[in-house]
Design a protein around this ligand. Structure first.
Ligand code: 3HC
Ligand code: NAI
Length: 703
């Protein structure tokens, strides 16, 4: 049973005990109701305290149980809270560390609440595409007032217990404990007093009995609804939170509860909630590497060095400076070093100007940065990240030098986006210490970090990089060594499809619009213009030699031959006005494509937006499945994390692999077979990956 029962004099203490965060799973719920029964049946017990073991009071409903029969099995959370309210003896919640979601709702069902300072209090269900489903929308407004409660419910962000306790008129906490250490003692004393007051005839208070009103009534809720709709766009939950809180102000308590419950169930079945719950679990799963257990101790990282102060080197350095870790940055020429430093300064100063960074913080960060032209200054670095030109010869020079000078045990990482990490590792006598750390541009902004595991990369090196990634607030996903790693290997197939679509009859703007309507931050052609079409051109030129039988549309090459590299040359797939970023459809490009079609003997056809989206997204799915088969990614959810955090895939669709599951793998495979019959497409590519076919045959999903 995941709740302990102990007597402290005449007070019974029920301690939730379901690591890691005392999620309110079935066994915990049973533990609580059993404890309540036992305490109420024991004449020696006068009052009850509910608290949590370890690092949380409770993180809420057990997310791992969602979608399983156990989630619904009685006693469900509503029944547990009802049992608390019905307890004949006073029940005091002793809240510490984390009281979130169902955990806070449980506390709100108790007669009294005593809190430790520093506890994070939240109803974060909205971040899972839900609303609080065990009375949170009905009880929180009654103790904090409608506006404070609605803000917390709609945003889902934690607020500290002392901030809430200081709000005028709040009824959330009856008492603040002096510290987390003294919480239990203080809660026990409070419970004993409550029992004495009850014996003297005082009734047990219930949050449900408190009034719930807003002075402006419906006008306030209409205002709130408009605000929320503007912010929430593709997510239905936030607006529903407003409806539920409004219901608390208009209905009797039980009717409000029924209203909340109905919406909770409705939201639970939305694809948006499924995607967000997937994201929550996928993000945490990504940090776990199947063969690197908790017993693998990470190395200590106190000093970092970055080689190359260009676009990536500067951004990479900023991540560490932001986390308070000193960085030494090395260049070959003073001029390049100065330029790199000036860019870092400029980026920080822009943040200061916008009020996002305080001047003194900016100065503290810059003080942690040491520029150098000498490898001697890297001797004591614990982690070195190379971000020099993407040429094997240059990488060889750098890694040989690092091998000579850097202390034993230091981690040597490369930010290469296309080169073979195993080859780079072989330039050193310590390949076990070499790893890829593939940041995305702008490196100080983008969340994704692909951690490239070489054939010889040591386990503790991986554990260290995963740990440091968390420190610099990146989402790290492990990839094996292959051309393009996870993200770029897949995007190449997506780009190829975009090219075929142009040949067959689509315009760049039609493709971009369709994909952006699906939810991508940017379509492939606008993206190409932003990143520079010459990058893809260089990769294709290599491919034409390495893989002569691979089929490509020539349209992108023709564009580059015209010098239309994108925004940086003032023209790409679109036209641009000087100093502006608005993509203007280009007649010249349209004519260029039309001429190319004519030369190829292609009669253009009308292509639906649906076909565009399917071909681009399913190209990601098919290559993703091959990446899984090849063992480059260890799980499908890692691929989703790469696309959600690095490639602007719509969050509410959960990533390409999750999306494919939602469409149904059978349907996805059927579409692939259809695409394979299109003579202008690449029939070989559209052979469904064997893993996909196998899953369909077995009626299974990636997960
Ligand atoms: N249920 C089950 N497991 C949970 C959980 C939950 N509610 N919340 C967190 N966990 C697990 C994580 O999956 C992770 O597991 P792992 O170690 O196996 O990967 C572990 O706890 C630690 O999580 P974090 O890495 O996030 O640890 P932090 O210390 O950084 O944060 C936290 C702890 C603040 C509790 C954070 O995990 C969090 O925000 N959790 C989500 C809480 C939440 O959304 N609760 C609402 C649930 S829905 C609900 O209650 C419905 C109700 O209204 C009916
Ligand atoms: P960049 O050209 O902006 O910067 C490279 C810097 O390295 C220059 O400042 C150059 O002076 C310096 N340099 C060259 N040789 C050196 C040496 N021997 N020692 C020290 N410094 C040296 O290039 P960018 O874009 O920053 O790319 C760097 C690396 O990051 C490449 O491997 C690239 O593939 C990778 N990458 C680039 C991304 C991007 O979007 N630009 C994204 C992800 C990875």
């Amino acid at each position: 049973m995941s709740a302990d029962y102990q007597l402290h004099g005449d007070v019974a203490v029920i301690t939730l005990n379901n690591p890691p965060v005392n999620g309110l799973g079935y066994a915990t719920r049973v533990g609580i109701t059993n404890g309540l029964e036992r305490a109420n049946a024991d004449p020696a017990v006068k009052a009850i305290v509910i608290t949590g073991a370890g690092k949380a009071f409770s993180g809420g409903a057990d997310i791992r149980e969602f979608g399983t029969p156990k989630a619904l099995q009685e006693p469900n959370l509503l029944s547990v809270i009802l049992a608390i309210e019905h307890s004949a003896k006073p029940v005091v919640a002793a809240v510490h560390s984390v009281a979130m979601g169902g955990g806070l709702e449980l506390a709100l069902g108790c007669h009294y609440r005593v809190a430790a300072p520093g506890a994070q209090i939240a109803l974060p269900e909205v971040k899972l595409g839900l609303l609080p489903g065990a009375g949170g929308t009905q009880r929180l407004p009654r103790v904090l007032g409608v506006e404070t409660a609605l803000n917390m419910i709609v945003k889902g962000d934690p607020v500290s217990s002392e901030v809430l306790a200081s709000l005028p008129g709040q009824k959330l906490f009856d008492q603040m404990a002096a510290s987390a250490e003294s919480l239990l003692q203080e809660a026990l004393a409070f419970a004993a007093q409550a029992a004495a007051r009850q014996a003297a005839g005082e009734a047990l208070p219930l949050v449900r009995q408190l009034p719930c009103k807003h002075p402006q009534g419906d006008a306030y809720f209409q205002f709130a609804r408009n605000m929320v709709k503007g912010m929430a766009k593709n997510f239905p939950a936030p607006a529903k939170c407003v409806d539920a809180v409004q219901a608390a102000t208009k209905n009797k308590f039980d009717a409000g509860m029924a209203f909340e419950r109905a919406i909770f169930v409705e939201l639970m079945n939305t694809p948006e909630s499924a995607a967000l719950r997937h994201l929550f679990l996928a993000e945490r799963a990504a940090s776990k590497i199947p063969d690197v257990g908790d017993d693998v101790k990470p190395r200590a990282i106190q000093k970092v060095a970055v080689i190359g102060a260009g676009t990536m080197g500067g951004g990479i350095s900023m991540n560490f400076l932001n986390a308070g870790i000193p960085v030494t940055i090395l260049e070959t020429k003073q001029e390049a070093l100065d330029r790199g430093l000036a860019t870092i300064r400029k980026n920080y100063e822009a943040q200061v100007k916008k009020g996002k960074l305080k001047q003194d913080k900016y100065e503290q960060r810059m003080a942690l940065l040491t520029p150098t032209l000498s490898y001697d200054d890297l001797r004591d670095a614990d982690l070195v990240i190379e971000a020099v030109f993407e040429e094997m010869g240059v990488k060889e020079q750098v890694f040989k030098k690092l091998d000579e000078v850097v202390k034993p045990g230091a981690i040597l990482a490369s930010n290469t986006s296309t080169l073979d990490v195993d080859k780079i590792a072989a330039f050193t006598k310590r390949p076990q210490d070499v790893v890829g750390m593939h940041f995305f541009s702008p490196a100080n902004v983008m969340k994704l970090l692909e951690v490239v595991r070489g054939a010889k990369t040591a386990k503790d090196v991986l554990a260290t990089v995963m740990q440091i990634a968390k420190k610099i607030r990146k989402t790290a996903v492990v990839s094996g060594v292959c051309d393009g790693f996870i993200g770029n290997r897949m995007i190449e197939q997506y780009s190829r499809q975009a090219g075929f679509l142009l040949e067959e009859g689509a315009t760049p703007q039609q493709v971009d619009k369709a994909v952006e309507k699906f939810g991508f931050a940017m379509g492939p052609f606008r993206m190409g213009d932003l990143a520079g079409n010459d990058i893809g051109w260089a990769i294709r030129k290599r491919r034409y030699v390495e893989k002569p039988d691979m089929k490509y549309s020539k349209t992108a090459d023709l564009l580059c031959e015209l010098g239309r590299y994108g925004q940086k040359t003032g023209a790409g797939w679109y036209d641009y006005q000087p100093g502006k970023r608005d993509a203007i459809p280009s007649k010249l490009v349209e004519d260029m494509i039309a001429k190319h079609r004519q030369e190829q003997g292609i009669t253009p056809r009308k292509i639906s937006d649906e076909e565009i989206v399917q071909r681009l997204v399913y190209a990601l799915v098919n290559e993703g499945a091959r990446i899984l088969e090849d063992g480059i990614a260890s799980k499908a959810s890692d691929i989703d994390m790469v696309y959600l955090t690095g490639y602007g895939f719509p969050i509410w669709r959960g990533g390409p692999m999750k999306y494919a599951e939602q469409v149904g793998l059978f349907n996805v495979v059927e579409s692939m077979k259809r695409f394979a019959r299109n003579p202008l497409d690449d029939a070989r590519f559209w052979q469904p990956a064997p893993l996909l076919s196998k899953l369909v045959a077995e009626g299974r999903n990636f997960s």
